[in-house]
Design a protein around this ligand. Structure first.
Ligand SMILES: Cc1cc2nc3c(=O)[nH]c(=O)nc-3n(C[C@H](O)[C@H](O)[C@H](O)COP(=O)(O)OP(=O)(O)OC[C@H]3O[C@@H](n4cnc5c(N)ncnc54)[C@H](O)[C@@H]3O)c2cc1C
Length: 350
């Protein structure tokens, strides 16, 4: 069993930003990047997409895989130890925290590592629907992020579809209306789940049509390699009628699954299983455990916001470790009753 001051679980922009800050602060962080953890390659969600056009610093865009490879190199350059294994079990009940990896989690197995502080950056995967044609046209017309992909040329002045009836679906549809010739929202039920104000705005939007009692049943498109989607089969669940409609974009807004099964019962999760952090900070309900990125953010879910929160987690973990080492009470980390984050009084990294 090996002990580290700080272990990072995850491998997306949040994890690597935390690793860059902590390794530059000479804390020798260990980062478990996962081995196809939750079905995603090490590097996280961006490895499943092509061009990233909204990450600052790349005026011509950059491939998602290349961006993550660069972040990984930067983490390693400053001394992060990256381990290509998935964390399968944790014990956060007392410090040092204990972590087991996928191949050593039997009841008798000793933990693979212990740590004074843990940063959780395991992400949240967009739910898919497993429609026929989905795999073929994923990222060739189908997307789970309108803000990420809506502006790309294949969607300009084209008929676009959104699946979902909640606030996210409404927001995505109105965002996409800037780019598409029309946006149709498919809602399985006979009403929207979105808040009243959002639903009213959606229904009044001149470029948006809401089709109730409707589901997509198949995605159709070009047969050539990397061909684009061109049509969608839509079914009315009341009448049973199916029709094929022109569709060049299909955006899923049917929710995300945060990768938090490991932590259930050990730190506070909300009703959708996202990790609860104190507003404006990475503090979880367990002292010494920090969370950053999409696993604790159900609102923005962007690479840059994940990276920003990874920086916050690193600064807070570093502060926690230095206070812990000097046996000083960590009372600056307490959040006042008004919920506002405390002013950051001491930043040992700067
Ligand atoms: C198709 C697609 C396109 C996107 N395009 C853009 C875009 O253009 N711009 C943008 O800003 N955002 C985009 N996003 C959103 C962006 O990818 C996410 O907001 C960002 O990747 C979240 O980063 P993260 O660090 O929180 O975690 P993630 O990127 O989700 O990475 C977490 C990773 O940690 C690893 N992991 C999980 N559990 C464990 C474990 N138990 N042990 C070890 N490792 C584990 C896995 O590899 C997991 O994927 C896109 C998302 C998708 C799906």
């Amino acid at each position: 069993m090996v002990h580290s001051k700080v272990v990072i679980i995850g491998s997306g922009p949040a994890a690597h930003t935390a690793a860059i800050y902590l390794s530059r602060a000479e804390l020798q962080p260990v980062l478990y990047e996962g081995m196809l953890a939750n079905g995603t390659a090490a590097g996280g969600q961006l490895t499943t997409t092509t061009d990233i056009e909204n990450f600052p610093g790349f005026p011509d865009g950059i491939g998602g895989g290349e961006l993550m490879e660069n972040m990984r190199k930067q983490s390693v350059r400053f001394g992060t130890e990256v381990i290509t294994e998935t964390i399968s079990k944790v014990d956060l009940s007392q410090r040092p925290f204990k972590l087991w990896t996928e191949w050593s989690d039997g009841p008798e197995d000793a933990p693979a590592r212990t740590a004074d502080a843990v940063i959780i950056a395991t992400g949240a995967n967009a739910r898919r629907l497993d429609l026929p044609g989905e795999e073929k046209y994923w990222q060739n017309g189908i997307s789970a992020c309108a803000v990420c992909d809506g502006a790309v040329p294949i969607f300009r002045n084209k008929p676009l579809f959104v699946i979902g009836g909640g606030d996210s679906a409404a927001e995505e549809a109105m965002f996409l209306a800037k780019y598409g010739s029309s946006v149709t929202v498919l809602v399985r039920r006979d009403k929207l789940r979105a808040s009243k104000a959002m639903a009213n705005r959606l229904l009044a939007h001149p470029k948006v049509t809401v089709r109730f009692n409707s589901v997509a049943t198949q995605v159709l498109g070009e047969e050539k390699p990397n061909g684009l989607m061109t049509h969608l089969k839509v079914k009315n669940v009341v009448s049973g009628e199916e029709e094929v409609v022109d569709a060049n974009g299909l955006f899923y807004a049917v929710g995300h699954d945060p990768a938090t099964a490991l932590f259930k019962g050990q730190i506070n999760l909300d009703e959708e299983s996202y990790i609860v952090t104190k507003p404006g900070t990475s503090y979880t309900s367990v002292e010494g455990v920090f969370a950053c990125g999409d696993v604790q953010d159900k609102r923005y879910r962007q690479a840059i916001t994940s990276a920003g929160s990874g920086c916050i987690a690193a600064l807070e973990a570093e502060k926690f470790i230095s206070e812990h080492e000097s046996q000083e009470p960590a009372n600056e980390t307490e959040v006042p009753a008004d919920g506002n984050a405390p002013e950051y009084k001491q930043n040992p990294l700067l």
